[in-house]
Unconditional design. Structure first.
Ligand SMILES: NC(=O)c1ccc[n+]([C@@H]2O[C@H](COP(=O)([O-])OP(=O)(O)OC[C@H]3O[C@@H](n4cnc5c(N)ncnc54)[C@H](OP(=O)(O)O)[C@@H]3O)[C@@H](O)[C@H]2O)c1
Length: 268
C-alpha cells in the first residue's frame, strides 16, 4: 500500500475524488493544482503545477522523487472541456485545449517514464472520455484531443512493453463535476448561422453534466481496481449505460446509419 501516486488536476472533480479515495486506502498521493493555496483542506498533498508549463512538470516529478524516491502510478487527469463550432473556433482556443488535454499529459509521461523504466515497474492511467470515441457536434476539438490520447496510449504500450510498465485509458461519460466552470466555450456570435443549433446543444450538454452526470466516486473505485490488477486492459469505459452503448453501436452499425441516429439524438 505504500505506492506513490501522482494525480494531475486533483483540486476538483474526478482528480480530487480519486485522490481522496486512494488516500483513504493508504496510498501516498501527490495531486496538482495551478492554485493549491485555494484548497488548504485537501486530504492529500497538492503541489502547484500547471500542466502547460514544462518547467512545472519537471519540478513536480523531481519534487516527488526527492521525497519518495519513486513514482508507482501516474494518473493523467488534468483536462478541460471545450465547445464551439469548428468553423468559428478560435485557433488559439484549440491550441490551448490541446496543450492541456494532449501535450501536457505527454510531457508528464515523458518525464515519468525514465524512472519507471529504471524500476522496471509502473502504471500510467490516462483519463480520456467517451467523447473520444465519437465525433460529437460542437465538441469536435474536445473529442479530437481525447481521441488522440487514446491512440497514443496504444502506441506507447507497444514501445514500452519490455520494461514492466502498464498504460491504460479510462474513458468516462458525463460526470458530475465543476468541468463547466473551466471549459473553453469558443463561440459567442449570436448572429452566426450555427448559433441556434450550438446553443441548444450547449444547454443540453450542461444539463447532462449537472443533472445526469455519474458520481466521480465510481471512477475512483475503478481506478483502485485497475491499480490492483496484474494485467489491466487497454481501454476502460465508464458512464451511463446509453453513453457506453453508443460506442458499441458505432462499432457494429454501418457508418451512415450510426450518423443518422446521432444526428437525430442531437436534434440536428
Ligand atoms: N466531467 C465530465 O463529464 C468528464 C467527462 C469525460 C472526461 N472528463 C475528463 O476528466 C478529467 C477531470 O475532469 P473533471 O470533470 O474532474 O473537471 P474539473 O472538476 O474541472 O477538474 C479539472 C482539474 O484539472 C485541473 N486543471 C485544469 N487545467 C489545468 C492545467 N493547465 N494544469 C494543471 N491542472 C489543470 C484543475 O485544477 P486547477 O484549476 O486547480 O489548476 C482541476 O483540478 C478531465 O481530463 C476531463 O476532460 C470529464
Amino acid at each position: 500500500m505504500n505506492k506513490v501516486i501522482i494525480i494531475t488536476g486533483a483540486s476538483s472533480g474526478i482528480g480530487k475524488s480519486i485522490g481522496n479515495y486512494l488516500t483513504e486506502k493508504g496510498y501516498i498521493v501527490y495531486g496538482t493544482s495551478r492554485k493549491p493555496e485555494k484548497y488548504p483542506k485537501s486530504e492529500f498533498t497538492l503541489v502547484k503545477s500547471d500542466i502547460n508549463k514544462k518547467s512545472d512538470t519537471q519540478n513536480l516529478i523531481n519534487h516527488v522523487i526527492s521525497i519518495e524516491g519513486k513514482i508507482d502510478v501516474l494518473i493523467n487527469n488534468a483536462g478541460i472541456g471545450y465547445t464551439g463550432p469548428i468553423e468559428e473556433s478560435r485557433i488559439e482556443d484549440i491550441e490551448s485545449l490541446f496543450s492541456t488535454n494532449f501535450f501536457g499529459p505527454i510531457e508528464m509521461i515523458k518525464n515519468t517514464l525514465p524512472l519507471m523504466r529504471k524500476n522496471n515497474s509502473g502504471l500510467i492511467i490516462n483519463i480520456t472520455s467517451i467523447a473520444g470515441y465519437i465525433g460529437l457536434p460542437f465538441r469536435g476539438v474536445f473529442c479530437a484531443s481525447k481521441s488522440a490520447l487514446e491512440i497514443l496510449t496504444e502506441s506507447l504500450r507497444a514501445e514500452i512493453k519490455d520494461y514492466g510498465i502498464k498504460v491504460v485509458n479510462v474513458a468516462p461519460g458525463d460526470v458530475k463535476t465543476d468541468v463547466i466552470s473551466r471549459r473553453i466555450d469558443s463561440f459567442n456570435d449570436k448572429n452566426s448561422i450555427y448559433f441556434k443549433k450550438y446553443y441548444k446543444t450547449w444547454k443540453s450538454m450542461n444539463k447532462d453534466v449537472e443533472e445526469g452526470g455519474i458520481d466521480p466516486l465510481k471512477i475512483s473505485r475503478l481506478i483502485f481496481k485497475i491499480i490492483n490488477k496484474n494485467n489491466p486492459k487497454i481501454h476502460y469505459v465508464i458512464g451511463k449505460p446509453l453513453q457506453k452503448f453508443s460506442i458499441v453501436l458505432k462499432k457494429i452499425l454501418p457508418d451512415l446509419v450510426f450518423e443518422r441516429i446521432l444526428n437525430r439524438f442531437n436534434s440536428l
